[in-house]
Write a protein that binds this ligand. Structure first.
Ligand SMILES: [Fe+2]
Length: 391
């Protein structure tokens, strides 16, 4: 039976971190903290009810009102081939990033309520790949964070950009709020067809999925906070643009959250870069997936080195009732591989087969996603507005 919702922790700003903003917009701000080992202490994890929008009887997504929607990428075969390749490689190269932008530029995607989204420009900055192991496990602990690769998944609920803040303020000389459609505690623009969206492509996400808030359930004045994020660890910017003005959020019981339990790269999210609250979370059952991942990792290391190994004791405890079907399946295959590890066949061909299957099973529980910023037009889904202008 499909799990229609899960109870899981989302990371919010602690109420004690809130200060008054000093730029006379009457807004609230959260204290900026360095991105160090202490960073997580300034957040609080709150239990949230997160609904799987792919389950029956869930509301249809709607970019204009909810702040996010899904689009289909299935029809674009060269794009699908490219995404499959990036997923397998576990990283994106600069030529692949250029190809990806070329495939998307000029594309038109239908949205709810007779609208469509035409992608005009995919920004070179901000195109990143994220990877995260089950239950918060770091899968590539030695890989340094670069401009596109080596990013862990985002653990905190946030909104990516303040339309009145850095860097949009400098890049557009203060005109961004007039040009881009937006909705913030400091003012809105619901007339412009020009939008700044995040295009978020899940390469695989049966663990650490993205949660997005139905923006109609957000009390922005009370719970949306300005936040200056230091960027020097991953972006090469001038001193004036060193801080990125983003949003963080306080938790409130009225907020409604959504995720998708088995979304792959034939679909993507588009969501409002200028404030849609989103963040990743750990699904019920991921602790078991992590344990099996580590057992398989150790077995692989020893068997590949031709060392004698002992099979660990069966580790699958009872899974939480709201473990999603794809995660349950992945856990079962990993448990099966642990149970059938060829411990008495060291040096025989059966070991190679098992090693390959174990590597595949471990990889399947690593969350991988691509995200990029796109300038797009929100138009009526009728000709000639919905005509694609492919490069
Ligand atoms: Fe984000």
């Amino acid at each position: 039976m499909q799990v229609t919702s899960v109870e899981a922790n989302l990371g919010f700003t602690r109420p004690g971190e809130v200060i008054a903003d000093d730029d006379e917009r009457g807004l609230k701000r959260a204290i900026s903290r360095p991105l160090d080992a202490e960073f997580a202490r300034h957040n609080e994890y709150r239990r949230c009810h997160i609904r799987d929008w792919s389950a029956p009887d869930q509301p249809a997504l709607n970019f204009r009102e909810m702040g996010f929607e899904s689009i289909s990428l299935a029809h674009n075969e060269p794009l699908q081939t490219l995404l499959a390749h990036i997923r397998e490689a576990g990283e994106i190269t600069p030529p692949e990033a250029r190809q990806l932008r070329r495939h998307l530029r000029g594309s038109v995607f239908p949205l709810a309520h007779g609208k469509c989204l035409k992608l005009l420009h995919v920004a070179p900055e901000g195109l990143i790949m994220r990877k995260g192991g089950p239950n918060g496990l770091k899968v590539d602990p030695d890989v340094a964070m670069g401009e596109m690769n080596g990013h862990d998944v985002a653990i905190n609920v946030h909104g990516d950009q303040d339309v009145r803040g850095t860097p949009l303020k400098q890049m557009m000389r203060g005109f961004a709020p007039w040009m881009f459609r937006h909705q913030t505690p400091g003012g809105s623009n619901s007339l412009s067809p020009l939008v700044l969206v995040n295009l978020w492509i899940p390469l695989q996400q049966i663990t650490r999925p993205l949660a997005l808030m139905d923006r109609r359930t957000l009390n922005a004045r009370e719970h949306q906070l300005r936040y200056a994020l230091p960027t020097e660890s991953f972006l090469d910017r001038t001193e004036e643009m060193r801080m990125n003005d983003i949003w963080t959020f306080l938790h409130d019981d009225a907020q409604q959250w959504f995720f998708h339990s088995h979304m792959a790269h034939d679909q993507a999210y588009v969501f409002d870069t200028l404030g849609e609250p989103h963040g990743s979370f750990i699904l019920p059952g991921e602790a078991v997936a992590e344990r099996l991942y580590l057992q398989l990792q150790l077995l692989r290391k020893r068997l590949a080195a031709g060392e004698a190994v002992e099979r660990p004791l069966a580790a699958v405890a009872e899974l939480p009732a709201d473990t999603t079907a794809p995660l349950r399946q992945a856990i079962e295959s990993m448990a099966n591989l642990v149970a059938t590890a060829p411990v008495d066949k060291v040096g025989q061909p059966a070991v190679d087969v098992w090693l390959a299957r174990a590597a595949e099973a471990m990889d399947s529980v690593v969350r991988k996603s691509l995200e990029m910023r796109v300038v797009a037009l929100l138009l009526p889904n009728v000709w000639p507005f919905n005509r694609a202008t492919r490069a």
